[in-house]
Design a protein around this ligand. Sequence first.
Ligand code: AMP
Length: 396
Amino acid sequence: MAKLIVSDLDVTDKKVLIRVDFNVPIKDGVIGDDNRIVAALPTINYVIDNGGKAILLSHLGRIKTEEDKAKLSLRPVAERLSELLKKPVTFVPATRGKELEDAINNMKDGDVLVMENTRFEDLDGKKESKNDPELGKYWASLGDLYVNDAFGTAHRAHASNVGISSNMPQAAAGFLMEKEIKFLGDAVENPRHPFVAILGGAKVSDKIGVISNLLNKADKIIVGGGMTYTFYAAKGLTVGKSLVETDKIDLAKQIMAEAGDKLVLPVDNVVATEFANDAPHKVVEGNIPDGYMALDIGPKAIEDFKKVLADAKTVVWNGPMGVFEMPNYAKGTLEIGKALGELKDATTIIGGGDSTAAAKQLGIAPQITHISTGGGASLEYLEGKELPGIAAITNK
Ligand code: AMP
């Protein structure tokens, strides 16, 4: 369903509350990767260029103790934002109270203000994360309009997204949110065929929902990574010391029966004696021998997967094909990433931190149609679930 977008709003002279996703990696006050701040710029610029006042709310990490506050202040993020916008940004070290209210009331059109980390409210009864009704109402009272641009948090009902939305006459999506909904939505609901999903990563349990939802939508589902070996066990192959979720073997059997030849598993694997880069390792087909664990897909599997990908028109990739953090087991993930980057005339979508890291390592990110900013949120979207943060945005 089409959603109200920030560009549908008349923001002039208005106090616009914008929920952004500034949950960036940060250590000793230094930001590791400012991608998420950059991704929020179009919405912020739209509001201030059109004479609105941009009041930004975001969480950063998890606040469990008083000490976490010093490490997870949004102050450095506000400073980085000021550099990126090339204009002053007011930072308010509070999530409520007179200082915040005065700062907002003193804003002029085109000004930008960053409020302190919304999760500071979690120290007192998890008010942000549990969507405390009073908190959402209070934050909503600080602005005239509300825009949600934080796709990464859309799978959670928090005070700063669902709480504010439900206390405003309407809630609009920001441009980043709009882009995420468009690409993931089209892939799931209206893909160009052949539609291929590539699923990897450690656990079947994390991806079962995605496999089930995509079974009758995708033409092929490629499975790699640690989750493969639960399927191996379900097929009656030996798995050695590989990662297997024994309580999911029956489910894997069911999925295989339903999927038939839609499900593509690796025919060979790189197996090692230990979970270590320099452990003795070799390539084996089929059964994983005793005393070995499978840590990457093998060369035949890479070729098989590339053939499946060759004529794909829509590809969704989530999760590495092996333990790609260790160079000896990175080849499967990197080769699949490379194949994705080389596809012509295909819509390619990557979700999840590890696949995104692999795409960046390969330098193929510019060739990918859409790299989702939300790991958990993109998975839940692919599972076909309704995301509370998106549901709370007004339909057009
Ligand atoms: P996920 O967070 O579920 O996407 O899983 C990512 C993690 O899965 C990465 O840290 C990989 O090292 C790990 N992984 C991938 N393949 C394997 C494997 N064959 N055995 C153990 N761990 C794996």
